[in-house]
Design a protein around this ligand. Structure first.
Ligand code: GDP
Ligand code: CA
Length: 309
């Protein structure tokens, strides 16, 4: 039996890491958002793929929440001295990944480069981009349209969020690896990681064919809420929801995913306020503080999914 997890960066990587710890390695595919990808200083940057890859390799930077553990910043310091661009931080170790990806992309697509890098790092699970075609998230704000990393990193999500669109998504095809996961006769469950629903999961669902494949499923599809007590665990999800006039609740997540999911995992703290939103609810401690939490939650999520079968 196999499992497909849809993931963004940090929230996705945490649950993916828990799933990786408890499932036989060949049975897990993590399909990752590439709407945040961009080219910076000539280098192809795939922030969410790298977050998942570093987490599964056990080399993610827990303090920063992104990048590589034990990072050093000599490159950034030298760049600052040269008055080069420093708004997007590239650590010395992280830089090696981007330079290798640049090299690999001369010979193959993003799927191949991602697969090559994860093998080099000793990761046995499959990590696949949502698509090999370029999709770029563009955030419409009160200060105009912003490329995703400008909104997220350069302006620290301060402009007011109006909407997001995924340029190129309409012409994009799901990656071969994502299609293979959907078509696997042994596929047991689809898990939406507790990633940002609007910034990280929405681009994956915007690829033609993905929604349809999930909608026509004969297997349980379970999402995890990124919210605990009306707050995002990390990042701008609650701020964005507030700017859209939506409360950052598990109920809003259930309404957002609608018929696409059969079950929603929410925090025990949010158990009482949530009314029935169509999806079956399972309440537990959804804060992943460490790898023990990741594994416990992953196990609970899979058990929940199996009960929905
Ligand atoms: P990004 O691409 O790096 O921004 O990361 P994601 O979209 O994958 O994840 C961001 C979301 O993960 C945020 O909305 C957080 O609230 C959520 N998140 C982070 N850590 C946890 C956690 O431990 N538990 C839960 N339930 N959500 C989390
Ligand atoms: Ca991201």
């Amino acid at each position: 039996m196999s499992v497909l997890a849809l993931a963004g960066g940090v929230g996705g990587a945490k649950l993916a890491n828990g799933l990786a710890a408890i499932l036989p390695p060949e049975t897990l595919t993590v399909a990752v958002n590439t709407g945040d990808d961009f080219e910076h200083m000539g280098l192809p940057i795939s922030p969410d793929i790298d977050s998942v890859t570093y987490a599964l390799a056990g080399m993610n930077n827990v303090e920063l929440g992104w990048g590589v553990a034990g990072e050093s910043w000599a490159f950034m310091d030298a760049m600052a001295r040269l008055h080069g661009e420093t708004w997007f931080r590239l650590g010395d170790r992280d830089l090696a990944t981007h330079i290798l990806r640049r090299q690999l992309l001369r010979q193959g697509n993003l799927s191949a480069a991602t697969d090559d890098i994860r093998r080099r790092l000793g990761i046995a699970q499959k990590i696949v981009p949502m698509s090999d075609d370029p999709v770029r998230s563009i955030v419409s704000t009160d200060q105009g349209d912003l490329a995703f990393q400008d909104y997220f990193v350069r302006y620290q999500c301060t402009p007011r969020f109006l909407s997001i669109r995924f340029e190129g998504a309409e012409q994009a095809r799901p990656s071969v690896g994502l299609l293979a996961a959907f078509d696997d006769p042994g596929l047991e469950a689809i898990i939406f990681c507790p990633s940002n629903p609007l910034l990280s999961i929405a681009p994956i669902l915007a690829i033609p064919g993905v929604r349809e494949r999930i909608a026509s499923r004969r297997l349980p599809c379970v999402a995890l809420s990124p919210f605990i007590a009306r707050q995002a665990v990390k990042g701008p999800a609650a701020k964005i929801m507030a700017e859209l006039g939506i409360a950052a609740t598990a109920a809003a997540v259930a309404a957002h995913y609608g018929d696409l999911i059969d079950g929603l995992v929410i925090d025990s703290a949010d158990e009482n306020p949530i009314a029935d939103e169509g999806a079956t609810l399972f309440a537990t401690d959804i804060l992943m503080r460490d790898s023990a939490d990741q594994q416990r939650l992953a196990r609970e999520v899979l058990d929940f999914a199996r009960r929905l079968t």
